[in-house]
Write a protein that binds this ligand. Structure first.
Ligand SMILES: Cc1cc2nc3c(=O)[nH]c(=O)nc-3n(C[C@H](O)[C@H](O)[C@H](O)COP(=O)(O)O)c2cc1C
Length: 232
């Protein structure tokens, strides 16, 4: 008898509840074959018209070391960001979004012991982004330039699926839009086709459970603030 495809799945809940953005990693490499299988399974994510618009590049080992060196060189010699290809945030971030963004930053920097007025220390810590927070694997997510906002939302579905699958295997991640600010470095290194646009990166590895940054449990709005139920 074939397995019932509509039987309840074992537990997405545990993966979802335990996912958080991890910003410090152990010096332990994930199995490359496992990573391949998770990237493949994540592609079961839905996409409008089944376009599957995600285009992924994964770096590890010596290639990732070379990439980090290339990025460090750029930051050292020409730290000004590239012309943006898309706005990471709206030009004017109104409430409640503005406070939410501010709050998570404050929580992180409090955990790190970096005072509010120490902009230099904050910037210095932020620069860890550009080393993939020391993760053994770095991923980039591209999309065809012809795709619109609907397809960009499909990218999010793919990336979230991947992050949950990583959790199922004891791995963690941090999605990183910060890479979009230096897209020319990434594009050049991975030899991205001209019609591909970099959406974000993702650090992947085993979380350092003791790192201060990894203690951050970001807050969420109450259900009633973002959802309405009518007739239910
Ligand atoms: C598309 C995307 C881009 C992000 N970019 C960055 C980034 O560049 N650097 C970073 O430290 N965190 C980044 N984050 C992580 C968010 O700050 C984080 O998801 C949010 O604060 C909620 O916290 P949580 O992921 O721990 O639940 C990004 C998240 C998403 C979804």
């Amino acid at each position: 008898m074939s397995r019932n495809p509509f039987a309840p799945a074992a537990s997405v809940s545990a993966a979802l509840a335990s996912r958080r953005s991890v910003r410090a990693f152990l010096d332990r490499k994930p199995d490359p074959q496992l990573l391949r299988s998770l990237l493949e399974l994540a592609a079961r994510s839905p996409s409008g018209g089944n376009l599957q618009p995600w285009r992924i590049v994964v770096l590890g080992g010596e290639v990732l070391d070379q990439f980090r060196a290339t990025m460090m060189q750029r930051l050292a010699t020409s730290p000004a960001p590239d012309a943006p290809q898309y706005p990471v945030y709206p030009a004017s971030l109104d409430e409640p979004y503005r406070s939410s963004r501010f709050r998570v930053g404050e929580m992180l920097y409090t955990l790190l012991g970096i005072p509010r007025d120490s902009k230099a220390q904050r910037l210095q810590w932020f620069a860890n982004n550009y080393r993939f927070f020391g993760a053994p694997v770095g991923l980039f997510c591209y999309v065809d330039r012809g795709m619109g906002s609907a397809q960009w939302s499909d990218l999010g579905m793919y990336l979230q699926s991947l992050m949950l699958l990583l959790r199922e295997h004891g791995l963690d991640s941090c999605p990183q839009e910060c890479w979009s600010v230096y897209h020319t470095v990434v594009d050049g290194f991975v030899d991205a086709p001209a019609n591909h646009l970099l959406f974000c990166g993702m650090a992947i590895g085993y979380a350092d459970p003791h790192a201060a940054a990894n203690q951050l449990q970001s807050e969420r709005m109450a259900l009633a603030e973002f959802a309405q139920f009518r007739g239910i």
